[in-house]
Ligand binder design. Structure first.
Ligand SMILES: NC(=O)C1=CN([C@@H]2O[C@H](COP(=O)(O)OP(=O)(O)OC[C@H]3O[C@@H](n4cnc5c(N)ncnc54)[C@H](OP(=O)(O)O)[C@@H]3O)[C@@H](O)[C@H]2O)[C@H](O)CC1
Ligand SMILES: [K+]
Length: 516
C-alpha cells in the first residue's frame, strides 16, 4: 500500500479525475459514505455531532452526515467556516444535506454555547474541520473548536475524517493543537502524517478505505514509499521444506560483544536462531566466550584475540584463516564497547563478503568515516534515532522531525540499506524507495531489542536470498512479536518465543489467501 504526502494525494486525485474520469464529487461521496459505514458499524444508535470546515474535508463530513441521518442516526451538524468559501464539491455536498431537510448550524460567537452543549451530549464527535489542506498552525477559531472536542475525549468517541485536524499530513507535525481521535478513517492510502510523531499519536485506530482510485496510480505517479502489511509480508516468509538441512537456511556470522556487554551477542544470535537461521557463528573476545555459551548453546563459537575483555586491535586477523566456512551474512557491532577502533572495523569490512550489517557500536565507528563501506555491497545499517543523529551530527529531535527525509537521503547518498528504528521503523533502500512498518509496541522499547532485530535481519536475508525482502520480513515480524509480548514483563530475550507466534500467524494468512 502506498504511503503519500498531501501533494502526492492531490496528484492521485487529479489523475483519477482527469485521466480515469471519476468525477471529484464521486470521490467525495465515496469518502463520506466510507466514514459513515465505519461509524454505523462501530457506534450503532450513537448521538452524533458532525463538525465540518469549508474545505473538502468538511465536504466529506457533510456527505457522511446525510448518510447517517438517512440511516436513522440523530445528527447535529455544524459548519465551522463560511458558505462563501466552500469548495465547489463541498458546496454540492452542503446543498444536498440541506435539501435532505437537515438543519446545519453555523458556528458563531452567539451559537458557541449551544455548540458546546451539543458536544457534551454527543456519543460520537466527527471531526471534518480540516484535513490534508491545513496550512501552518490552526487559526484561533479552529484551535478553540479542537480544544472543545478534546475536552470530551472521556465521554465521547472522536472520529477524524482523513486525518485529525491540526496535523500536518506530510510530517506529523502539530503546530499548535490537534484533535485526539479514537478512530481515523482515511482514503485510498495512508499519509505520512499518520505514521510520524507527534501526529501519529493522535490518530487512534487508523482505517484506510478504498474510494475507487486504482492502486496502480501510485506506480504511475512514481510514488516511492509504501506501508508494509500482513498480506505482503506473508508472501515473503520463507517456506521450510521437509527435505532440508541446516545448510539450507544460511550461515550467519555475528562479530560482537565485550566484557561490559555479554548479553548483546547472545541476543543477536537468539534473533537469528529463533527466526530460522540454519547456523550461527559467534565471534567474540575470547575471555567472554564461557559466559555467552550458557546463553546460546545453539551457536558455534569462534574466540578472537582479546584485550581486557574487548576485541584486541589485531583480532580481525582471525578472518585470514583459510579454513573458515562461508558466511552468508555478517553482523558486526552489538556490544562491541568503545575499545575497538576504526582500523579494526575497516579490516573486518574489507575481509568479509556477502551482505554486511553494521549495528550499535559499529555505527558509532562508521560515523568517523562514512567512506569505509563505499566499496562494499550490500551494506545494511540499523541505527536508532540517537545513532543516526551522532553519525549525521544532528540532534535527535531534528532526526525525529525528519525521519522520512533523513532515512531516504542517507540511504541514497551512501548507497546502503538503512533501517531507522523507532515507533514505525523505516526501511530505506539505496534506490530511494522506502517502507514503513506499522507493527511494534512499547514492549520493544527496552535494551536488547535492537540486538535481536540484527540477528533476525541476517537470518531472513539468508532465508529469502534477498536483502530487501529479508529486511522487510525481519522488521515486520520483530514488530509483531513485540505486539504479542507483554508490554511490561516481556524482555528482549523473551522475544524469541513470540517470533514463532508471529510467523505462524503470517503463514496462516498466506494459506488463507491461497484457499480463498
Ligand atoms: N483522495 C482523497 O483522499 C480525497 C480526500 N478528500 C478530502 O479532501 C481533503 C482535502 O481537502 P482540501 O480542500 O484540499 O483541504 P482541507 O479541507 O483539508 O483544508 C482546507 C480548509 O482548511 C482551512 N485551513 C487551512 N489551514 C488552516 C488553518 N491553519 N487554520 C484553520 N483553517 C485552516 C482552509 O481555510 P481557508 O479559509 O484558509 O481557505 C480550508 O477551508 C482531505 O483531507 C479529504 O478529507 C476528498 O473529499 C475526496 C478525495
Ligand atoms: K479532519
Amino acid at each position: 500500500m502506498y504511503l503519500v504526502n498531501a501533494r502526492q494525494m492531490r496528484e492521485m486525485d487529479r489523475f483519477a479525475i482527469e485521466k480515469i474520469g471519476i468525477p471529484s464529487i464521486v470521490l467525495m461521496e465515496t469518502a463520506g459514505q466510507a466514514v459513515a459505514q465505519e461509524v454505523e458499524q462501530r457506534y450503532p444508535q450513537a448521538r452524533l455531532v458532525v463538525i465540518a470546515g469549508h474545505g473538502n474535508n468538511g465536504g466529506d463530513a457533510f456527505v457522511l452526515s446525510r448518510h447517517l441521518q438517512n440511516r436513522g442516526f440523530a445528527v447535529n451538524t455544524w459548519l465551522v467556516g463560511s458558505e462563501e468559501k466552500m469548495t465547489a464539491d463541498t458546496a454540492i455536498a452542503y446543498r444536498a444535506l440541506v435539501q435532505s431537510r437537515v438543519h446545519v448550524q453555523k458556528l458563531t460567537p452567539k451559537s458557541w454555547n449551544l455548540f458546546c452543549r451539543e458536544l457534551s451530549g454527543a456519543d460520537v464527535i466527527i471531526d471534518g474541520l480540516v484535513g490534508t489542506g491545513i496550512k501552518g498552525s490552526l487559526r484561533e477559531e479552529a484551535a478553540r473548536v479542537v480544544m472543545e472536542i478534546n475536552k470530551r475525549k472521556d465521554r465521547a468517541a472522536i472520529v477524524s475524517v482523513d486525518i485529525p485536524s491540526g496535523i500536518n499530513a506530510d510530517n506529523g507535525v502539530i503546530s499548535s493543537v490537534a484533535v485526539s481521535a479514537d478512530l481515523t478513517v482515511t482514503f485510498a492510502c495512508p499519509r505520512w502524517g499518520h505514521f510520524l510523531f507527534p501526529g501519529a499519536g493522535h490518530c487512534g485506530r487508523l482505517i484506510v478505505r478504498d474510494i475507487g482510485i486504482p492502486a496502480w496510480v501510485g506506480e504511475e505517479l512514481g510514488i516511492k514509499a509504501r506501508l508494509l502489511q500482513d498480506e505482503f509480508i506473508s508472501t515473503l516468509i520463507p517456506k521450510r521444506a521437509r527435505h532440508s538441512h541446516k545448510g539450507s537456511y544460511g550461515h550467519v556470522l555475528v562479530i560482537a560483544g565485550s566484557q561490559s556487554y555479554v548479553g548483546a551477542p547472545a541476543l543477536t544470535a537468539l534473533g537469528a536462531i529463533r527466526s530460522g537461521a540454519g547456523m550461527v557463528t559467534l565471534a567474540l573476545p575470547e575471555s567472554i566466550q564461557s559466559m555467552v555459551v550458557g546463553l546460546t548453546p545453539e551457536a558455534v563459537y569462534w574466540p578472537w584475540a582479546d584485550k581486557a575483555g574487548s576485541f584486541a586491535p589485531h583480532s580481525w586477523e582471525a578472518l585470514r584463516a583459510t579454513n573458515q566456512p562461508r558466511y552468508d551474512c555478517v553482523v558486526v557491532g552489538p556490544g562491541l564497547g568503545h575499545e575497538v577502533d576504526i582500523d579494526w572495523l575497516k579490516q573486518v569490512i574489507d575481509r568479509t563478503s556477502g551482505p554486511l550489517l553494521l549495528d550499535a557500536d559499529a555505527l558509532n565507528l562508521l560515523g568517523q568515516d562514512l567512506t569505509l563501506t563505499e566499496n562494499r555491497m550490500p551494506v545494511i545499517l540499523t541505527p536508532h534515532p540517537g545513532e543516526i543523529a551522532r553519525i549525521m551530527k544532528m540532534t535527535v529531535q531534528e532526526v525525529e522531525e525528519n525521519r522520512q527525509q533523513i532515512a531516504v537521503k542517507f540511504a541514497r547518498q551512501h548507497r546502503v540499506y538503512l533501517v531507522l528504528k523507532g515507533t514505525y521503523s523505516i526501511i530505506a533502500t539505496p534506490q530511494g524507495t522506502c517502507f514503513v512498518s506499522p507493527r511494534g509496541s512499547s514492549s520493544l522499547a527496552k535494551g536488547g531489542s535492537g540486538d535481536v532485530l540484527s540477528g533476525m535481519i541476517a537470518s531472513f536475508i539468508n532465508q529469502t536470498g534477498d536483502v530487501l525482502a529479508g529486511l522487510q520480513c525481519a522488521v515486520y515480524v520483530h514488530g509483531m512479536a513485540g505486539e504479542l509480548m507483554d508490554e511490561y514483563s516481556g524482555g528482549a530475550s523473551d522475544l524469541g518465543l513470540w517470533i514463532g507466534q508471529a510467523l505462524q500467524a503470517l503463514a496462516q494468512k498466506d494459506r488463507d489467501n491461497h484457499t480463498l
